[in-house]
Design a protein. Structure first.
Length: 318
């Protein structure tokens, strides 16, 4: 049965937990200390992440309800939509990435990818809204995040569907399996379920490859798109709440004791945790912010629910 939830004011000062913090904590408690307590990150630019973020912003513009792709609104021409999508990508691709001259993470490849994507068949019935920030009460704790888009789909009548965009260099079965099991989408489904007048038990993860694979007559560009449906029952949503509260309690316990143990999963073949040098140097106890060297930088805390372009009130008519 749908809970009656009072919307939380953005000005409310209670602490908000999100998927990024909890997933990091599950991976390694010490890593959560570095990323979510000290808020430090490697100075070296992550090309894949920055390129993916620029594509993400372009897709948000493409799925804007004022886009020609939404049958209910023809305020912008197709040419105007494409220009706005290109502009969103270019304005969000950092100069450091452009200077690296990567064949994959380049301006040319990004624009080619978006041109190809905008010519693909429309999958969603209607775009209700994009970039929706949320904060929900999960029984004494606040959980927040930002949903890429809410849509309707003919296969799911009387429901809203969460849409999330993902980019990847290689579309493997492992990637699809990890995406299917991700806690991130369960949290999004839960928030939409609690905040709308209709049900939400489904997310559609739109996965786009950033590298062109072998071209075919049907797909001469070589780019690929896969739509991965993620369905969650009421029992799974309730289990998510219980598990999330458990991990938040464990996080707060570590914080109160000042004890952040390492998981030991510091890397594998071909990849190493970028924070490993800190753990090697300060193996007995994690460093303070004053002990961090120049290979790391202090950044603003990641709070996606505060970077809202839209609020949950837009669901009041659904």
């Amino acid at each position: 049965m749908k809970e009656s939830l009072q919307l939380l004011s953005e000005a409310k000062k209670d602490r908000v937990f999100d998927n990024s913090l909890i997933s990091t904590f599950i991976t390694c408690e010490r890593l959560a200390y570095y990323k979510n307590i000290l808020n430090i990150h490697p100075v070296q630019v992550n090309m894949a992440m920055e390129f993916g973020s620029a594509i993400h912003e372009a897709l948000a513009e493409f799925y804007n309800p004022k886009s020609l792709r939404n049958p209910s609104d023809f305020e912008r021409s197709e040419k105007e939509v494409k220009n706005e999508v290109r502009k969103a990508f270019l304005s969000n691709l950092p100069e450091e990435i452009r200077a690296m001259n990567s064949p994959v993470y380049s301006v040319e490849n990004g624009l080619n990818l978006l041109e190809w994507f905008m010519e693909q068949p429309r999958i969603f019935e209607s775009i209700l809204e994009v970039e929706i920030g949320f904060v929900i009460d999960i029984g004494g704790y606040l959980y927040g995040g930002k949903i890429d888009a809410l849509v309707t789909h003919p296969q799911y009548p009387n429901s809203v569907i969460v849409v999330d965009h993902k980019t990847t260099g290689r579309l493997t079965q492992t990637f699809l399996t990890v995406a299917l099991l991700s806690r991130q989408f369960t949290g999004y489904i839960l928030s939409a379920h609690l905040n709308s007048k209709v049900d939400c038990h489904t997310a559609m993860v739109q996965i786009i490859t950033t590298k062109a694979v072998k071209p075919t007559p049907e797909n001469p560009t070589g780019f690929r798109r896969v739509i991965l449906p993620v369905n969650k029952s009421q029992q799974e949503l309730e289990s998510f709440i219980a598990e999330t509260k458990y991990y938040i309690n464990k996080f707060l316990e570590c914080e109160s004791k000042g004890f952040w143990p390492r998981s030991g999963s510091c890397g594998g073949y071909g990849s190493v945790c970028p924070y490993l040098p800190l753990c090697v140097t300060y193996h007995s106890a994690p460093p303070t912010i004053d002990q961090i060297d120049r290979s790391f930088t202090v950044s603003k805390a990641f709070e996606p629910w505060k970077e809202l372009k839209n609020k949950w009130k837009i669901l009041s008519d659904f």
